[in-house]
Design a protein around this ligand. Structure first.
Ligand SMILES: Cc1cc2nc3c(=O)[nH]c(=O)nc-3n(C[C@H](O)[C@H](O)[C@H](O)COP(=O)(O)OP(=O)(O)OC[C@H]3O[C@@H](n4cnc5c(N)ncnc54)[C@H](O)[C@@H]3O)c2cc1C
Length: 478
């Protein structure tokens, strides 16, 4: 992951989580509305449980209350119900905000000093270009939002806990209970250390990037392309107000965006899995000597002050293709439920709808990261410059890619079209005014390089799932 993946990658999860909320919530909507009127805030029993036990059985167990989760008689088990303090998930793309509106959850960003985000500003070699989200066709409220992740998560948890059909409990799931290939429920440890089991026909595991359960369900191909180093800048203004700023720096991008009315998040991408040590001062030295000279002058002194202040956080970026886990047994017990076939159809359409969206954003994020990282290779340099200049053309040349990035129009065909349009644009420029043999050779390498970037990512995501989701056998969508 990197800047764009950070900016974009996050929306995958937001869209995933909110789509899941949506798919599962529709049926419970009338019950949920009644419940919201009755319970206005997160109520704790003081035992790490935020709702009394629901009588009767549980339909769905959800492990993890990050941005994903919700449903019928739902039991949510979350390791830590206190407000998270993380440097992740701070920028919600307009596509994610639209999902919040669709779910009636948009007020979750109203009381947390969230900032409107209207697009990106790209900086490269002293030049910059503003890329606005194509929001003309939407209500004026629709835009991205950036905020403190923990504040947003708590608002979402309050909403979930306010539903009478949701039991939100603090506990750590230690194992999935499996019988003949079917997940029957979970084993978990409560806040007080008690070992418990919970059973439901459907268990949804969304325990995030530090998952200790995923390996028992699938074999994910997790890649660790880089780390983010996070700082908070104060007392300064971004060159473009209400925009995410992407500095195409050496060796890799640097991001800035507001997270409150007084704070700007800075994320410095450091390729590889190791970062300079914070404790022995190497990190401060790296940030001051290698990073600071590349950032816009408007942010320079606030950046140095943030480094001196010392509140430096790091986080390993992970990238994993959005591959559905082919576990047909998973839904077998649902036939015991009266409306099992309806839920089955919901899940089926959820995956069919989700896959092209998620994989388009994943692919674009992965591809842009490779293009935007500094490289000694001349063909890659040409591709990077072509990309910056292509986006700077404005009109459909910027609207198309930004609509993909923002989750407003994440169509795989548009992604491939724009990616190769950039490559062809780069080659076309090389051929002007005369296509010398050296330039023809460079152009050919550029096309090969572009193909080598995008096709492996598409292959990992799954060509059929991404471009032809409706022809994928049903059980692969479950
Ligand atoms: C540096 C960085 C910056 C990012 N920035 C953005 C961004 O700006 N915008 C964006 O949209 N995305 C961003 N992302 C991606 C985003 O953070 C993730 O996609 C998102 O957090 C995933 O949400 P989740 O609910 O699946 O997992 P998480 O947010 O990780 O939540 C998982 C939850 O499960 C709980 N849990 C874990 N294990 C257990 C267990 N065994 N039992 C019970 N509970 C458990 C955890 O306590 C946690 O609350 C960023 C990622 C990184 C690394």
């Amino acid at each position: 992951m990197m800047i764009d993946q950070y900016i974009m990658g996050g929306v995958i999860s937001f869209l995933f989580g909110f789509s899941l909320f949506y798919v599962l919530r529709k049926k419970a909507k009338s019950r949920a509305l009644t419940a919201i009127q009755r319970h206005e805030s997160l109520k704790s029993t003081g035992k790490g449980e935020c709702r009394p036990e629901i009588s009767g059985n549980t339909d769905i167990i959800i492990v993890g209350a990050g941005v994903a989760g919700n449903g019928r008689r739902v039991h949510v088990i979350e390791r830590d119900l206190t407000e998270p303090d993380r440097i992740v998930g701070e920028l919600l793309q307009p596509g994610g905000y639209l999902k919040l509106v669709e779910l009636g959850l948009q007020d979750c960003v109203n009381t947390i000093d969230a900032q409107r985000v209207l697009g990106y500003a790209l900086f490269k070699d002293g030049k910059n270009t503003k890329l606005s989200y194509p929001l003309e066709k939407f209500h004026s409220d629709v835009a991205g939002r950036s905020f403190h992740n923990g504040r947003f998560i708590q608002r979402m948890r309050e909403k979930a806990a306010s539903l009478s059909n949701v039991r939100l409990e603090q506990g750590t799931v230690t194992a999935l209970l499996e019988e003949r290939g079917t997940i029957k429920g979970v084993q978990y440890k409560t806040k007080t250390g008690q070992e418990m089991t919970a059973y439901a026909p459907l268990t949804i595991v969304c325990d995030g990037c530090f998952s200790n359960l995923r390996h028992s369900l699938c074999n994910p191909k997790v890649d660790f392309p880089s780390c983010f180093v996070g700082l908070i800048l104060e007392n300064c203004q971004l060159p473009y107000a209400n925009h995410g700023h992407v500095i195409l720096a050496n060796p890799s991008p640097i991001l800035f965006y507001p997270i409150s009315s007084t704070e700007i998040r800075c994320l410095v991408d450091v390729p590889g899995q190791r970062v300079p040590s914070i404790s022995n001062g190497e990190m401060a030295q790296y940030l001051k000597t290698k990073v600071a000279p590349q950032i816009p002058p408007e942010l320079y002194s606030a950046f140095l002050s943030a480094v001196d202040k010392g509140n430096i956080r790091t986080m390993l970026n992970r990238s994993m293709p959005a591959a559905p886990c082919p576990t047909p047994d998973l839904l077998r017990p649902l036939y015991d439920l009266n409306d099992a076939s309806a839920l089955y159809k919901y899940l089926e359409s959820f995956y069919t709808l989700r896959k092209p969206v998620a994989s388009t954003i994943n692919t674009l994020a992965g591809a842009l990261y490779k293009v935007f990282c500094a490289s000694p290779d001349q063909a890659r340099k040409e591709m990077c410059q072509a990309c910056f200049d292509y986006l700077s053309l404005g009109g459909i040349f910027s609207n198309g890619p930004v609509a993909l990035l923002s989750g407003l129009n994440p169509r795989p065909s548009c992604l491939v079209l724009h990616f190769f349009a950039v490559a062809i644009y780069g080659v076309g420029r090389l051929f002007l005014p005369f296509p010398s043999p050296k330039r023809v050779w460079l152009g050919a390498r550029l096309i090969v390089d572009a193909s080598n970037i995008i096709f492996p990512i598409i292959k990992a995501e799954g060509v059929r799932e991404m471009f032809f989701p409706t022809i994928v056998p049903t059980y692969y969508k479950i």
